[in-house]
Design a protein around this ligand. Structure first.
Ligand SMILES: Nc1nc2c(ncn2[C@@H]2O[C@H](COP(=O)(O)OP(=O)(O)O)[C@@H](O)[C@H]2O)c(=O)[nH]1
Ligand SMILES: [Mg+2]
Length: 196
C-alpha cells in the first residue's frame, strides 16, 4: 500500500467530538516522548502532520488523520509523563478507555515502546488493556537507530519477554530517522484495513 494523502481532520477528548464516519481506524499509543509523532510523520512522509516534541504530556487530545481518503490513523494521548497530577492521569485513562470501548471502527492498535529501554509498567498495562478489549496489537520498538547491532538483538529479546509476546504477535523495530522497512510496516499496519 502507498500512502498518497494524509490529512488532519480533528482533535477530540469526548466521544461526541469524534468524526462521524464509518471508515476503519488504526490507533497509535505509547509513552509520551516515545516517538509517536515522529513515526506518524515518517509513515505518512510528512514533516509536520503530527507535532514533534511538544512539551511532554501536554497532548491530551485524540487526533484523527485521514489516510488516502480510506481510513484513519488515530493518535492517542501519550502516557507515563511523570509531572502530571493524579487527576490528569485519571482523565487520560477515561479518554483512552472511552475510545477503546466505544469505537466500533477501530480495527487494531499500534503500541510503541522505546527500543532502548525495558518496557515500563505502564507499557505492560497498556498492552494488556488493548488485548483485553479484543484488539489486534502491533508492537513497534522506536528509535532503533540509537542501538548497535548487538544491542538490537538484546532489545528485541527484552521487549518480547517483558510484554510476553508470542511468535504470532507482530513486532517491529523502527527508526523514524532511517526509515528502513517503512513500506513493509505500512503494508502490515494499513494494508488489510480496506478490502479490495
Ligand atoms: N534518533 C531518533 N530520535 C527519535 C526517533 N523518533 C523520535 N525521536 C526523537 O524523540 C523525541 C520525541 O519524539 P516525538 O515524536 O515528539 O514523541 P511523542 O511524544 O511520542 O510524540 C524527539 O526529540 C524526536 O526527534 C527516532 O526514530 N530516532
Ligand atoms: Mg507526540
Amino acid at each position: 500500500m502507498i500512502i498518497k494523502t494524509s490529512e488532519f481532520i480533528t482533535s477530540a477528548v469526548k466521544r461526541n467530538q469524534y468524526p462521524v464516519d464509518v471508515r476503519p481506524e488504526v490507533a497509535f499509543v505509547g509513552r509520551s516522548n516515545v516517538g509517536k509523532s515522529s513515526i506518524i510523520n515518517a509513515l505518512t512522509n510528512r514533516k509536520k502532520l503530527a507535532k514533534v516534541s511538544q512539551t511532554p504530556g501536554k497532548t491530551r487530545l485524540i487526533n484523527f488523520f485521514l489516510i488516502n481518503d480510506e481510513m484513519y490513523l488515530v493518535d492517542l494521548p501519550g502516557y507515563g509523563y511523570a509531572k502530571v497530577s493524579k487527576k490528569e492521569k485519571e482523565s487520560w485513562g477515561k479518554t483512552i478507555e472511552t475510545y477503546l470501548i466505544e469505537r466500533e471502527q477501530l480495527k487494531k492498535v499500534v503500541l510503541l515502546v522505546d527500543s532502548r529501554h525495558k518496557p515500563t509498567a505502564d507499557d505492560i498495562l497498556m498492552h494488556e488493556w488493548i488485548k483485553h478489549f479484543g484488539y489486534k496489537v502491533i508492537v513497534i520498538a522506536t528509535k532503533s537507530d540509537k542501538l548497535s547491532n548487538n544491542e538490537i538483538g538484546k532489545s528485541k529479546k527484552l521487549i518480547k519477554e517483558t510484554l510476553k509476546l508470542g511468535p504470532e504477535d507482530e513486532f517491529y523495530l523502527f527508526s523514524s530517522v532511517k526509515k528502513n522497512g517503512k513500506e513493509e510496516l505500512i503494508d502490515n499496519i494499513f494494508g488489510d484495513l480496506v478490502e479490495e
